[in-house]
Design a protein around this ligand. Structure first.
Ligand code: AMP
Length: 214
């Protein structure tokens, strides 16, 4: 089963994708993670995207479609979770073509709904384990008191450079202008389901499970 987690920055896509990887053995394809890796390892592409990402703007369709194409052609999986991709109608069309070329289908698109004020609060409170990527939140899921990641025991945590109010404004605007039309696009294709992304992590997980099992 191949699925898309669709929602604004801070909706919890990454957190839920990690759980699906753990529980169902699916493979998470996060273009944001791929771009951050390229940036951190200083590749030519990484240098090109660094400034765009810091501002919260969208990287070109050509770059992200190329990243996904490479993964779909080389990684064998018991289902992919697309996290942060597609973000434009051109990307959505390209994903449909790429899946078809691989003899695969897009089975579900799960829209994670969260109100804007909650997003700002979530994003400015979020940090991740530098070793395994486990996501923490200062209010709802703080870093354990012993300073060790509950998943892997590492002691270093980081905050994303673009998790600040200024770039968040741009990221939200990009979401509403470029990505939210995908809700109608996938509704029309008959693959859209909605979950309430505002609930506790386990509650959202339960809603997603129900969607995937219908
Ligand atoms: P994310 O981790 O999904 O929030 O992505 C972080 C940043 O990477 C975004 O703000 C964009 O600059 C860039 N990015 C990630 N995925 C895409 C995509 N599908 N299309 C364009 N830009 C992307």
């Amino acid at each position: 089963m191949n699925i898309i987690l669709l929602g604004p920055p801070g909706a919890g896509k990454g957190t839920q994708a990690r759980m699906l990887v753990e529980k169902r053995g699916m493979v998470q394809l996060s273009t944001g993670d791929m771009l951050r890796e390229a940036k951190d390892s200083g590749t030519e592409m990484g240098q090109i995207v660094a400034d765009v990402m810091a501002r919260g703007a969208l990287v070109t369709d050509e770059i992200v479609i190329g990243l996904i194409k490479e993964k779909l052609e080389t990684v064998k999986a018991n289902g992919f979770i697309f996290d942060g991709f597609p973000r434009t109608l051109a990307q959505a069309d390209a994903l449909g073509d790429l899946l078809e070329a691989e003899g695969q289908t897009l089975d579900k698109v799960v829209e994670m709904r969260v109100d804007d004020e909650a997003l700002v609060a979530r994003i400015t409170a979020r940090s991740t384990c530098a070793a395994c990527g486990e996501v923490y939140n200062d209010q709802t899921k703080p870093i354990p008191a012993d300073g060790k990641c509950s998943n892997c025991g590492a002691t270093e945590f980081k905050r994303r450079a673009d998790d600040n109010e200024e770039s968040l404004k741009t990221r939200l605007m990009e979401y509403y202008k470029q990505t939210s039309p995908l809700i109608g696009y996938y509704y029309a294709k008959g693959v859209l389901s909605r979950v309430d992304g505002l609930g506790a992590i386990a509650a959202v997980q339960g809603e997603i499970k129900a969607v995937l099992e219908t």
